[in-house]
Design a protein around this ligand. Structure first.
Ligand code: ADP
Ligand code: ZN
Length: 621
């Protein structure tokens, strides 16, 4: 009997034949060989890093069916559609399936006809698991494995029950995968899933195609408009802190003609499905969403993510911006933050019912997030630093690298502002206090007699935005807090405020408001800034964003063909071919099926199914 080929050889053959890729990326090769040989694994890779192949290739190479536990139906359906396109026998079992289809899938499973079966954890544990006894199983893959961690904001209690797998199916390798970079989540996953002998494959979490930027909130609407103006006809996400805000902002954007939709957990199921379908259609769309939108959204060409409210941890921030640029193309992110966000988050944390230990950990993460928004250093490096990863060189393309913020001493102004808060009785919001300092005789100022205070008008030579920055800095430092009532009045924290008032602690302010930079377009991504550091480019654009002019007509013809094909099959267009594949086709102009087979992302199955049509579309374009 011939001995089976060594794992490396089998894996490479599947990579070429089925997926149409010439080489494994990064840690894929090692992880794949390890699992084919029967080992357990934990794969930590950023979004777009190529986690799916780490279990798909072993499932195809090994005897039997690979069972993939996945938390979201949309995600399962996309994966299954993409695998079928590649000629892999894949199916999913979930609650939205027609009963006849589900029965057929179960039959296929029993017959050993499936390479991969995607299931939700609840489906696996309620009944399906008993049907697996005695079947040939290639592996268990546990996708989005961070859902097992109670510390994370995507905790799914059902995931905990997956700990029964090693005892019930000894000898079936398990591979857990996540894009979460947090070391504690990693420990949690290993413990909760009983992956004691797993090898950990941890890739760098650096995503050079993501452009990071943060700005204090000055005029949220104008800041968002300037950002979106750079992304017309593209798809992206605008994250908001509340459901009501998503609806308000989506409505405002839609009024101005933007293809904006609101998404949050409170939507009717039909509205939710419609919004998801729009997003997955491949059309330009601005999804204005709470954090309920995201996990399992694998649209590859998300070009921007904006945050109108600060996330509560660097982990959450990383995960949310990570939804952009899965295809490796450039993606811009913008975080708007205000002192009020910080104050509100601290307040809710203090009120939360969590245990003291949990609160302490949440507090540490919140303050790390605050530090990240305030940093004047390379923001990419600061973010990776939160996960214990270093970056030898500054990234060269974040806001701080492109236009280092000038800092100036604001100690005197801070003292003035703290005094004004104190003298007005700690009962007023920032606007009133600033009005007093600037000597404005507003109705409220006169009514309270604040025009008679010694410091009335002391700060009139500074504009309102300057004073808002002072307020923000003082809130960020904890010298001021904001009451979470109707009036958002400022109060002093005397322990932090006293050394500032005495002049013993320095307060630094950003000299020019960063939003002024972006509003004039100098901080816009993609182009050189202020003559631009040369190193900013190159690394930043791993893929061309578009095709050369002479290939444009061919690219358009291919897209039109793909759109028709996708709607005929009822699948999202990117399941058939990614934009990057179409770009390559349009640029390279393969003239025969043999030429086509050499293009990255075209495996044997797609060549058979679409080869002729692609050549026709190329000839037309
Ligand atoms: P993740 O699940 O880690 O977010 P995916 O598995 O969806 O990432 O892969 C991201 C993209 O990279 C996909 O378009 C996939 O086809 C592509 N990809 C993955 N591995 C390779 C490879 N070895 N060569 C070329 N492209 C790859
Ligand atoms: Zn940087």
């Amino acid at each position: 009997m011939p001995s089976p080929p060594p794992p490396e050889v089998a894996a490479r053959a599947v990579l070429r034949e089925v997926f149409g890729f010439a080489e494994f990326r990064g840690l894929q090769q090692e992880a794949v060989t390890h699992v084919i040989a029967g080992g357990d694994a934990l794969v930590l890779m950023p979004t777009g890093g190529g986690k799916s192949l780490c279990y798909q290739v072993p499932a195809i190479c090994r005897r039997g069916t690979g069972i993939v536990v996945s938390p979201l139906i949309a995600l399962m359906d996309d994966q299954v559609a993409a695998l079928r396109q590649a000629g892999v026998a894949a199916a999913a079992l979930h609650s939205e399936l027609d009963p006849a289809d589900a029965r057929a899938t179960l039959q296929d499973l029993r017959r050993g006809a499936l390479d991969l079966l995607y299931v939700s954890p609840e489906r696996l544990l309620s009944g399906l698991i008993d049907r697996l006894d005695g079947l040939d199983l290639a592996l268990f893959a546990i996708d989005e494995a961070h859902c097992v961690s109670q510390w994370g904001h995507e905790f799914r209690p059902e995931y905990r029950a997956l700990s029964v797998l090693p005892a019930r199916f000894p000898g079936v390798p398990r591979i857990a995968l996540t894009a979460t970079a947090d070391p504690r989540t990693e420990t949690d996953i290993l413990a909760a899933l009983g992956l004691d002998r797993a090898r950990v494959f941890a890739a760098s979490f650096h995503r050079p195609n993501l452009f990071l930027a943060a700005e204090p909130k000055l005029g949220e609407t104008a800041q968002l408009a300037a950002f979106l103006a750079r992304h017309e006809a593209e798809a992206g996400i605008v994250y908001c802190g509340s459901r009501a805000r998503t609806e308000r902002i989506a409505a405002r954007l839609a009024e101005r003609g933007a293809p904006a939709l609101a998404f949050h957990a409170g939507l009717e199921p039909a509205a939710k499905r419609a919004a998801l379908a729009r997003f997955r259609s491949g059309e330009p769309v601005v999804m204005v969403a709470t954090i309920a939108f995201g996990m399992g959204i694998d649209r590859p060409d998300v070009r921007f993510v904006a945050h109108l409210d600060m996330p509560d941890s660097p982990e959450a921030y990383y995960q949310q911006i990570g939804r952009a640029g899965r295809d490796g193309g450039p993606a811009e992110t913008l975080l708007l933050h205000g002192g009020e966000d910080v104050a509100r988050a601290r307040y809710f944390l203090a009120q939360s019912a969590a245990s003291e230990a949990q609160k302490q950990s949440m507090r540490t993460r919140l303050e790390a997030m605050v530090a990240l928004t305030e940093t004047a250093e390379c923001r990419t490096r600061a973010l990776l630093g939160c996960f214990g990863e270093g970056l030898a060189e500054p990234c060269g393309h974040c806001d701080n690298c492109r236009a280092p913020p000038a800092l100036r001493d604001g100690t005197e102004a801070a003292r003035m502002l703290l005094s004004a808060v104190y003298r007005t009785g700690q009962m007023f919001g920032a606007l009133h206090v600033i009005a007093v300092l600037r000597g404005e005789r507003s109705e409220a100022v006169l009514r309270h007699g604040h025009d008679r205070l010694a410091l009335f008008g002391l700060g009139r030579d500074r504009p309102v935005p300057f004073w808002r920055e002072v307020v923000r800095q003082l809130i960020v430092r904890g010298a001021l807090s904001v009451a979470t009532g109707e009036f958002a009045s400022l109060t002093l924290d005397s322990e932090v405020a006293r050394p500032i008032l005495r002049g013993a602690t320095q307060v630094m302010l950003r000299a020019a408001s960063p939003s002024a930079r972006s509003a004039t377009g100098t901080a816009a991504y993609g182009g050189p800034v202020n003559g631009g550091p040369a190193r900013a480019r190159g690394t930043a654009r791993p893929l061309p964003a578009t095709v050369p002019p002479e290939a444009e007509a061919r690219f358009a013809a291919l897209r039109a063909w793909r759109k028709d094909e996708a709607s005929a099959q009822g699948v999202p267009p990117y399941v058939i071919f990614h934009d990057s594949v179409l770009q390559e086709l349009a640029t390279q102009r393969p003239a025969s099926l043999d030429d086509l087979a050499a293009v990255r992302g075209i495996g044997a199955s797609k060549l058979r199914r679409y080869g002729a049509a692609v050549l026709r579309a190329l000839a037309e374009g």
